[in-house]
Design a protein around this ligand. Structure first.
Ligand SMILES: [Zn+2]
Length: 249
């Protein structure tokens, strides 16, 4: 038989468990290790420079305000022969819509693009396929949003030296984006059986990356620079393209 006090204790324990479970729902009990989040030896201004390039890849390859505004650049920080900030190897953006391929998130699209550039017979690198696979261990991937578990896994399989991101998965969820609730550091922590380590540098320039993901599910939020809300769905559209369409009518 349970006395009222025992019942109260059980209720209290259940409440503590539920509250704890809520706080832990994303982390699965894992914390990022020092190996993954080690102190950053690259100057922050260099990180900022390349993160701005990841944002700029959107306008260069798609539009300043694509719905899936995920842009990335891959940089070789070990090659400072022409610039102390490192050498740009490749850039890409989310291509789900362009290719009708749901797996072509910014980072997956980027890895495909890098492989093509590294192995192009008439390109700057002209690597064999096995040389290209090895080359990833010297490269740093900058992405304007935290990689989802699919992309974080692909980054680990590629063996990148570093992954630097702006907007966090938590912020994406807060803004209304559907996400799988596994953080990139968790994928990195669970992939220690793979060769090499990928250093994770979170929260770089999030104040500039967040606005790219803030307008899609909030009609009151301003469009990114160069875009206005238009059309029946009032989505953000590039100003030049809107004028092009109006001129063609
Ligand atoms: Zn992804």
């Amino acid at each position: 038989m349970l006395y009222p006090l025992s019942i109260l204790s059980l209720l209290l324990l259940a409440l503590i468990h539920l509250t704890h479970g809520h706080n832990q729902r994303h982390s699965h009990g894992l914390q990022p290790s020092q190996q993954i989040l080690s102190p950053d030896s690259i100057p922050y201004q260099t990180r900022v420079f390349w993160m701005r390039k990841a944002n700029a890849a959107l306008a260069e390859l798609a539009s300043p305000c694509p719905f899936g505004a995920f842009g990335s650049v891959v940089v070789n920080h070990t090659d400072t022969s022409s610039d102390p900030k490192g050498r740009l190897v490749c850039m890409s953006v989310n291509q789900n819509m362009q290719k009708g391929n749901p797996t072509l998130h910014g980072e997956i699209s980027e890895i495909n693009n890098c492989s093509e550039i590294l192995t192009a017979p008439d390109g700057d690198y002209r690597l064999s396929t096995s040389e290209a696979l090895k080359a990833f261990s010297k490269l740093s991937l900058y992405t304007n949003a935290e990689p989802c578990p699919m992309c974080a896994s692909a980054i680990r399989w590629s063996g990148f030296a570093e992954c630097i991101y702006g907007t966090s998965i938590e912020t994406l969820v807060d803004k209304g984006w559907g996400q799988i609730s596994i953080y990139s550091y968790e994928v990195f922590e669970e992939s220690t059986n793979l060769p090499g380590r990928t250093k994770l540098v979170p929260d770089v320039l999030a104040n500039e990356t967040d606005p790219f993901f803030s307008w899609q599910f909030d009609p009151q939020y301003s469009c990114p620079k160069g875009c206005v809300r238009t059309g029946e769905d009032k989505s953000c559209q590039e100003i030049e393209r809107r004028f092009d369409r109006e001129l063609r009518r």
